[in-house]
Design a protein around this ligand. Structure first.
Ligand SMILES: CC(C)(COP(=O)(O)OP(=O)(O)OC[C@H]1O[C@@H](n2cnc3c(N)ncnc32)[C@H](O)[C@@H]1OP(=O)(O)O)[C@@H](O)C(=O)NCCC(=O)NCCS
Length: 189
């Protein structure tokens, strides 16, 4: 399928060449403690995930996030069709966090969901202590809709997860902000 392009990133299908970069990113406790991925995240885990997600389908979109001008995969994001809606998440290699890449990916993923998949609403969640994800989600228009518990392998315990929804109209309202509009405008889905 066609890649998604942002100002600084390419979101593309995974290949088995990405195994070392995925293990580097998800093998880090500081990243994995926010996710439900296996921990420690091994080469076998990565090969299994990528083998299952080599080709995107309407049931499951998985994107490797590659830094433009390099072959470096600095993260991943997904949209999985579950219970009638797209769910999924995002992670970035810790060394690349705090530079706006997460926001760029999160806006690109939502733009793809609304403008290519023609969804009206997508859903997500974040662990209660994950204030950075909370901030990123709220910034682009996500609203809290509930709470559940989920098992976190890195923490080896059940944690409280806040459930969120992103409605198309709330996303477009958020994209009017002077900080986010230029990011949105540069994204090609
Ligand atoms: C969450 C994640 C994707 C965000 O990506 P990022 O590139 O670090 O985020 P950005 O730089 O685009 O933006 C982070 C924003 O959060 C803010 N922020 C950072 N730490 C914060 C904190 N502890 N509390 C609240 N806001 C915080 C930043 O100031 C920035 O806000 P701004 O854009 O309004 O200036 C990334 O940090 C990550 O992969 N973390 C580990 C895995 C994870 O948590 N995934 C999400 C699971 S729900």
């Amino acid at each position: 399928m066609k890649n998604i392009e942002t100002e600084r990133l390419i979101l593309r299908e995974w290949t088995l060449k990405d195994v070392p970069d995925q293990v580097e990113g998800l093998g880090n406790f500081e990243t994995a403690k926010n996710l439900t991925v296996p921990f420690p995240y091994t080469e076998e885990n990565s090969v299994a995930y990528i083998t299952k997600h080599l080709k995107n389908t309407p049931a499951s979109y998985a994107f490797a996030v590659q830094l433009k001008g390099t072959n470096k995969v600095i993260g991943g994001t997904s949209l999985d069709f579950r219970d009638g809606q797209y769910n999924g998440g995002i992670w970035l290699n810790e060394a690349y966090t705090g530079k706006g890449y997460g926001t760029e990916v999160w806006i690109a993923r939502a733009k793809f969901a609304f403008e290519v998949l023609k969804e009206k609403e997508i859903v997500c969640g974040y662990f209660e202590f994950n204030n950075r994800s909370k901030h990123m989600q709220e910034k682009i228009g996500h609203k809290t809709v509930g709470k559940q518990t989920n098992f976190c392998p890195a923490l080896n315990k059940e944690v409280a997860e806040v459930l969120t929804t992103l409605k198309k109209e709330d996303f477009y309202a958020a994209m009017q902000s002077p900080k986010l509009k230029p990011v949105y405008d540069k994204i090609k889905v």
